[in-house]
Design a protein around this ligand. Structure first.
Ligand code: RIB
Length: 310
């Protein structure tokens, strides 16, 4: 079983189901409100744990009720949260999420304690952990912390999977330490300053990400699947999506990233790991909520190995 370490965010998601996503200035009446454990880092950790990985999460929550619930939920999922600190000065991160009738969403995050996760805290945590096979990270914590985690992983010979979400520009020295970069289309456009509207453009942008220093690129294309660029061979592969009924797309990218980490951790080739990740991401959109929506290993095996759709 691979040991996957996630350095990343924990948020309480405040979710409203709405018929349509409100436009600026518009008020929309929704049906349902729920508080659901989320945060890209914790979502990736939960998804990996449900796939059977040994998972350690390095993060920070506030010393408040949401922080307590987020920690309790991660523990219930079997995640080692020894290195999730409690911050006395900042509230736990929250995300305000609207999910519409088609399962699409918009998200606004108040990072709170996630932005108090320091590079020093990660250094101490990393030194205390047993052998790490893969480091997985989104971008909802300070860039200096991400930079340190990448350097620590590089020094230990640990593979780094970076999910550059939410979109932001990244310095070359961080990109140079990344084994597999997993951006979606807007994140790719932001990182490269290139359009990503057609498959030809997606290939050019993926190539540019290799030029910027990452070793391999897996570009997620939503309902169009994924584009893989293997940096060792220069070969592109398009991985088709699974035809599932979409209920809620929240955290689909997180599920995919966890699936990719587990696929690689179990020794699959990059393209096979992306196929496995596609199954994990597809199943996640068939259920509501970030962490509750992450699929169990048996469901993933049914879809990935036997093609049984949910
Ligand atoms: O990727 C989905 C996640 O983004 C949500 O759970 C929310 O907390 C935000 O971090």
């Amino acid at each position: 079983m691979p040991h996957i370490v996630v350095v990343g965010s924990l948020n309480m998601d405040l979710v409203v189901q709405v018929p349509t996503i409100p436009a600026p200035g518009e008020t929309v009446l929704g049906d349902n409100f729920a508080t659901i454990p989320g945060g890209k880092g914790a979502n990736q950790a939960v998804a990996a744990a449900r796939l059977g990985a040994q998972v350690s999460l390095i993060g920070r929550v506030g010393n408040d009720a949401f922080g307590e619930q987020l920690l309790a939920n991660a523990r219930r999922e079997g995640i080692d949260v020894t290195h999730v600190g409690r911050d006395e000065t900042a509230a736990s991160g929250i995300a305000m999420i609207c999910v519409d009738a088609a399962g699409q969403n918009n998200i606004a995050v108040a990072s709170g304690a996630n932005y108090k996760l320091t590079a020093d805290y990660v250094r101490v945590a990393w030194a205390a952990l047993p052998h790490v096979d893969l480091l997985v990270m989104p971008l909802e914590t300070p860039l200096e912390t991400i930079e340190t985690a990448v350097a620590l992983a590089n020094q230990s010979g640990t593979k780094v999977i970076l999910n550059p979400a939410p979109a932001q520009k990244l310095p070359a020295h961080i990109l140079a330490g990344v084994d597999v970069l997993v951006p979606n289309e807007p994140e790719t456009a932001q990182l490269t300053d290139m359009p990503v509207d057609t498959s030809h453009e997606a290939r050019l942008a993926a190539q540019e990400l290799l030029n910027l220093g990452v070793s391999h690129v897996v570009l997620t294309l939503g309902s169009r699947g994924a584009l893989v660029l293997d940096g060792a061979t220069g070969q592109f592969s398009e991985v088709a999506p699974y035809p599932v009924t979409v209920v809620d797309t929240t955290a689909a990218g997180d599920a995919f990233v966890a699936g990719l980490a587990m696929g690689l951790g179990e020794g699959r080739s990059l393209v096979e790991a992306v196929r496995f990740a596609n199954a994990v991401g597809a199943l996640a959109v068939t259920k509501q909520g970030a962490q509750p929506g992450m699929p169990a290993r048996a469901e993933v095996d049914n879809l990935f190995e036997k093609g049984v759709l949910p």
